[in-house]
Ligand binder design. Structure first.
Ligand code: PLP
Length: 454
């Protein structure tokens, strides 16, 4: 296949190394290795600048839910940009696309959430919930309720507040985070941290860390608990079934807000519209992004429960918060077209009734591989724990000075598959349009990569 770019791959790599500073990347290592250049994509497949095809097991960064190459979205964005490329939603203004998208979102939101606040990313969504939740308690004359409780190894974004709410040690260490006002409890990661306990007991115990933290901090000082229904970037950590019911009970009884970060789990990823539906969580606020536009245009938002909205709307007056591009017309057009595809093609139902089971079976087929300690899925999220002894959950030794996960990730690419490594946990999150044949292909290529580890 002819490269779509006039520059050769080597030329792009040289220019990239000289001028482009990449997120979450060791710059010196990248310059030595050369970046992978992706030039086009269709469906679930990426094409490199040299014409190699890769099956995208990650839907980009967990976002291309409707797959690549959807002309409906391209057309909707182009139409919108011709008609009104930009106008703000500040200061008593709106435009038809923002209003129509907000209404369409409310039709798929949990019944108790009828309003959305638009942002441009998941990080901004979490900055927004941080401010909004504090304003809520101020409005109820409980100004001491300021503390947020999050979880170690959670990911809530890269802004100062997003990274503080998140529990990524490396991010904290690099820039003196978290900011004051955030406390972290343990994650419900049974394979990595469950020790001798069984998953159900472990799930309950980890949830009860929230209760202990509230006791230690004082209920009158705690604003909210924030968590992803399933931790994504932390390594697709699927909580034991006992975890969320206990968390929900504690938040209800102890009068703190429950915030679900649905940036990954939203828009069908777990087989329901929301990860909160999958775990019967009733959040007060939900952060959304990624699948909201399937990544075609950057966008995020916060879904606001009527309980919070009514208090803040009636008591706070103006909420002094917003972004120049909140409700950007092109992003709203992309979001509307994306939502139409999800609904018309019944992609959420397809994950729930068909793909989740199909992937679970294909993934379970990898569980007996000698390099795999656990294979788990929920909806279209999956993880493989690399281990030399599954019963003892013993990790693999580094190979050629490289962690087993990083080595496995490179072997996946050599076998035409993009699968991400989080330490020694291999993770997937493919587009919701993936076919049975492509799931088989995904599992077969993952197996070849695992064979290469042996
Ligand atoms: N929250 C979660 C759960 C995420 O996975 C991410 C990104 O991966 C974010 C928030 C941050 O989103 P963004 O990168 O759009 O700022």
């Amino acid at each position: 296949m002819t490269a779509l770019n006039l520059r050769t791959t080597a030329e792009i790599q040289a220019s990239d190394a000289a001028h482009h500073w990449h997120p979450f990347t060791d710059t010196a290592e990248l310059a030595a290795k050369g970046t992978r250049v992706i030039s086009s994509a269709q469906g679930c497949w990426l094409t490199t600048n040299d014409g190699d095809r890769l099956l995208d097991g990650m839907a980009g960064l967990w976002c291309v839910n409707v797959g690549y190459g959807r002309e409906e979205i391209v057309e909707a964005v182009a139409r919108q940009m011709r008609q009104l490329p930009y106008y703000n939603t500040f200061f008593q203004c709106t435009h038809p696309a923002a209003t129509e998208f907000a209404e369409a979102l409310s039709e798929v939101s949990p019944a108790h959430m009828s309003r959305v606040f638009f942002t441009n990313s998941g990080s901004e969504s979490n900055d927004t919930v941080f401010r909004l939740a504090r304003v809520y308690w101020d409005c109820l004359d409980k100004p001491s309720k300021k503390m947020f409780i999050g979880r170690r190894n959670a990911y809530h974004g890269s802004s100062v507040i997003g990274a503080s709410l998140g529990g990524m040690g490396a991010m904290h260490a690099q820039s003196g985070l978290p900011v004051p006002g955030v406390h972290h409890i343990g994650q419900p990661y049974w394979f990595g941290e469950g020790g001798e306990s069984d998953p159900a007991e472990f799930g309950r115990a980890r949830a009860r860390e929230l209760e202990a933290a509230i006791d230690a901090i004082g209920e009158d000082n705690v604003c909210a608990f924030i968590a992803e229904p399933i931790q994504g970037a932390g390594g697709v950590i699927i909580p034991p079934e006992t975890y969320w019911p206990e968390i929900s009970r504690i938040c209800r009884e102890r009068e703190i807000l429950l915030i679900a970060d649905e940036v990954i789990c939203g828009f069908g990823r777990t087989g329901n519209w929301w990860g909160s539906d999958t775990y019967a969580i009733e959040p007060d606020l939900m952060s959304i992004a990624k699948g909201m536009t399937s990544g075609y245009i950057p966008m995020g938002g916060v879904l606001i429960s009527d309980r919070v909205a009514e208090v803040v709307a009636h008591k706070a007056g103006e909420f002094y918060h917003g972004y120049t591009y909140s409700g950007h017309p092109a992003a709203c057009a992309a979001g509307l077209a994306n939502l139409r595809i999800l609904r018309e093609e019944k992609l959420v139902e397809r994950v729930r009734d068909d793909l989740a089971g199909y992937l679970a079976k294909a993934w379970a087929g990898l569980a007996d591989h000698p390099m795999v300690g656990e294979a788990r899925t929920k909806g279209l999220l999956g993880a493989l724990e690399l281990a030399s002894d599954s019963a003892a959950r013993t990790r693999l030794a580094p190979l050629d000075g490289m962690g087993a996960g990083a080595r496995c990730r490179d072997l996946c690419v050599e076998n035409g598959l993009v699968m991400r490594a989080v330490g020694d946990t291999m993770i997937i999150s493919p587009p919701l349009v993936i076919s049975h044949g492509e799931i088989d292909e995904l599992a077969a290529r993952a197996r070849k990569a695992l064979d290469g580890l042996a």
